[in-house]
Design a protein around this ligand. Sequence first.
Ligand SMILES: *[C@@H]1O[C@H](CO)[C@@H](O)[C@H](O)[C@H]1NC(C)=O
Length: 450
Amino acid sequence: MVTTELSHSHYSSIMAKPTLKNKSSSPWFSDGFLFLGGALSALLLVWGFSTLTIPIPNENPTLKSQQNNAVSYSTPDLLFDPPDQTFYDDPEMGYNMDDNVRNWDEKRDEWLKLHPSFSDKERVLMLTGSQPSPCKNPIGDHMLLRFFKNKVDYCRIHGYDIFYNNALLHPKMFAYWAKYPVVKAAMMAHPEAEWIWWVDSDALFTDMEFKLPLQRYKNHNLVVHGWPHLIHEKRSWTGLNAGVFLIRNCQWSLDLMDAWAGMGPQSPEYEKWGKTLRSIFKDKFFPESDDQTGLAYLIAIEKEKWADRIYLEGEYYFEGYWEEIVGTFENISRKYNEIEKGVRRLRRRHAEKVSEGYGVVREEFLKEAGYGKGSWRKPFVTHFTGCQPCSGKYNEMYTAEACWNGMRSALNFADNQVMRRYGFVHPDLEDNGVSSLPFDYPKPKPKPKQ
Ligand SMILES: *[C@@H]1O[C@H](CO)[C@@H](O)[C@H](O)[C@H]1NC(C)=O
């Protein structure tokens, strides 16, 4: 542990006060520059790859290359847009929250028929974003950059697209309501995406290998982390978390978002909804209507209408509460290292592009790990609810150190899984520095002498 008393109090002063007295003495700022360089080159790499992979226009877009017996590949054709009329040519079609979209499933289907190279039924677009103005917390923007880098890393590894929004699309839909206009606009902009995956700016991937079990959700249109008994019996507004959700690009979802956003600040019913939600979900402590309680209402009260298409995922950390997670990183790292010491295949160096396959191999050794609370599997998503890295106004339930150190170790824990493919590792999760990794790491156990 290199963290000293001094740096602790320094971090807390950053978290607690919007102005920083002594910028130049902060190790975070110099790291920030180095780090920015790293993130930029990672982005350049992403751009580089996408430029390289623009396919040669295909005369027959349905033609698929057969590269092995089991799988056929189709390359998205990024140049082809036939002149046939689609919803894009309809002047009535709007991207705004207030523009009603009808028959979206048919319209999307028509577009997909005209663009057969996007036939992959499990296409995912990740969405995230932050406010249009700079963060009040002096290092807030640096934190957001690190959280975003983590999402870019996850998406690059799994071949997902990602969109970052930092514009307020609906002037009245502020704070947590701001994401719904983005989700809607993204559905229109990405008819090729079957799923839109919203991930809050203060959530990060702490298992870079785990993939969404999309098959499990084939009969559902919305997936959130939640616990049915807390919503239906306890009527708790924390029976689910709306900071991460997976929503199918379909008419049902647009209708749901109309109902859901109908409780928001742009609606004349906003105040009434605040009272209604609070009268039902007694533990909701603030008077304004919010999206999370709103969704709990739709599930609990308008059950007949919506609940059968909403999947409350509680089996793994679809989104996990940071306070119960951050203390487990050290032990989890040790467990994974122990496994790797015994399995050469998992220690083998490899290209980042093929790392999904190593995740599949590792899965065989994680059967005992379990999922979620109490498990030693890497938690999929860690969400720093209440830490407010951008504003710095963390919830009084927590200390600045807890939030701050938690975010740093989570970011480094995640980054270790990425940097490993580049030959480096953060040996100490409390420190942003890296060391280069020796060959055949971690050093295997010596064979017992005969
Ligand atoms: C980590 O493992 C040690 C040794 O097995 C154990 O004593 C400790 O409680 C574990 N820590 C956590 C946070 O689970």
